[in-house]
Structure formats: structure tokens, C-alpha cells
Design a protein around this ligand. Structure first.
Ligand SMILES: CC(C)(COP(=O)(O)OP(=O)(O)OC[C@H]1O[C@@H](n2cnc3c(N)ncnc32)[C@H](O)[C@@H]1OP(=O)(O)O)[C@@H](O)C(=O)NCCC(=O)NCCS
Length: 195
């Protein structure tokens, strides 16, 4: 039986920590460290097979441990936050980790460092709800734009384009000994996302 389609669009007038129809987007706490490590590990495996060599996936998939997540969540304050999507009874389904840009592009100062939705839960609006939660968080903290980096070969680019992101930069990163092209998508104006 297929999973019923759930609307994850955050309700107008409610905060990011509000219940959506069937799902919840809330700020993660240190208690969520294990769940976030699990979602990231699983997502790395399902996302990068066919894009990255197996040795790179094996080395990086479990790189961010539960302990690292916990340390990061304990230290998160201000604009640095992780937004977590969950459904009662099922646990964490996805997350968006955001904060100050590590290397601002075109004057855009916010960055989404990581965004992952479990493969089984994709195309249900969770990614959109997480990006909107991050966008509202940026605006609340006085950041009026954000960017993120994605591998050129990742079909997540279609999602970022659907979310209104514009290609603003390119670079080559080395993972293991392999060079990979990346592209940055930027949002200069968050009005449409937070509205
Ligand atoms: C990219 C990702 C976060 C999107 O999350 P999601 O919950 O699947 O996306 P949504 O359901 O909110 O999609 C919103 C819209 O984006 C577009 N979109 C999303 N995924 C798409 C895809 N694979 N191909 C084409 N368009 C896509 C569609 O327009 C979609 O609306 P629709 O379903 O009504 O047509 C998710 O697919 C994911 O975690 N992928 C693997 C990890 C990854 O690559 N993360 C990014 C690393 S930089």
C-alpha cells in the first residue's frame, strides 16, 4: 500500500515549531543527535551511489557521528540551527542544517550546510518545508538571503531550481583523491519562501 501523501507546507500564522498537516518541523535539540546521524548516514548512501566512488561514500557516509552532532547541537545558537522533520511514530525523516555562510557569495551571508530527506520520504513536500523553515529562521536573525553548495551531478539541483534558487558560483572540490564539480545556488530575496 502506498504512503498517503501528506501536506508539509507549514501553516500560515504558526511558528516553525508548529504541527503541519501530519508532520512536524521543529528545531533539533542535542537529544536528536542519534536520529540526525542516522538520517545523514542513510541519505549519503542512497544519494551518492552512482555520483561518487564507493570508497568516498564509505569513508564519508558515517563521518558525522552522533557525538559530533550532539556537540554541534549543544553549541548551536543564533542563526546556527538544525531543522528536523518528523512524523509521530516514525521519528526523524529529514533535516536542514543552517547558519552563517562559511564563505559568503555575492554578499549573501546565510548558508544551508546540509539538507537531507530519507529516500522513502522524498517528493512529499518535506524538503520544501525544511527550506522554508530555514528561510524564516534566517529572516528572524537578520539574514535576508542564503546559498548552498551541491554536486553538479546531483539531481537535487532540480529541487533547488523549483525552490527559486539561482546558480551563483561554481567550484571544484576534492573528496578522497577525486575532483568533483559543485555549483552554488543562491536566494537573494526570501520573500517568496517565507510568505
Ligand atoms: C533534495 C531533497 C532535499 C528534496 O526534498 P523532497 O522532500 O524530496 O522535495 P519536495 O517534495 O519538497 O519537492 C518540492 C519540489 O521540488 C521539485 N523536485 C524535488 N525533487 C525533485 C527531483 N528529484 N526531480 C525533479 N524535481 C524535483 C519538484 O518540483 C517538487 O514539487 P512536486 O513534488 O510537487 O513536483 C531530497 O530529494 C533529498 O534529500 N535528496 C537526497 C539528498 C540530497 O541530495 N540533498 C542535497 C545535498 S546538497
Amino acid at each position: 500500500m502506498s504512503t498517503p501523501r501528506t501536506s508539509w507546507t507549514p501553516s500560515k500564522g504558526l511558528s516553525d515549531e508548529s504541527l503541519t498537516a501530519g508532520g512536524l518541523i521543529r528545531a533539533a535539540s542535542p537529544l536528536d543527535a542519534a536520529a540526525l546521524a542516522r538520517v545523514q548516514r542513510e541519505s549519503w548512501r542512497t544519494t551518492y551511489g552512482g555520483i561518487l566512488p564507493l570508497d568516498v561514500i564509505a569513508r564519508h557516509a558515517g563521518r558525522r557521528s552522533e557525538a559530533t552532532w550532539r556537540r554541534d547541537l549543544v553549541a548551536s545558537r543564533g542563526v546556527r540551527a538544525t531543522w528536523l522533520a518528523e512524523q509521530p511514530g516514525t521519528g526523524a525523516l529529514g533535516f536542514a542544517m543552517c547558519g552563517e555562510g562559511r564563505a559568503p557569495i555575492e554578499g549573501i551571508e546565510g548558508e544551508i550546510y546540509a539538507l537531507y530527506v530519507l529516500q522513502s520520504e522524498q517528493r512529499r513536500g518535506i524538503g520544501r518545508a525544511l527550506v522554508r523553515a530555514a528561510a524564516r529562521h534566517f529572516v528572524r536573525n537578520g539574514y535576508f538571503g542564503f546559498y548552498l553548495w551541491v554536486l553538479k551531478a546531483n539531481r537535487a539541483r532540480l529541487f533547488y531550481e523549483a525552490m527559486g534558487g539561482q546558480e551563483i558560483a561554481e567550484r571544484t572540490e576534492t573528496l578522497g583523491k577525486h575532483p568533483f564539480g559543485q555549483v552554488a545556488y543562491g536566494w537573494h530575496d526570501l520573500t517568496a519562501l517565507v510568505g
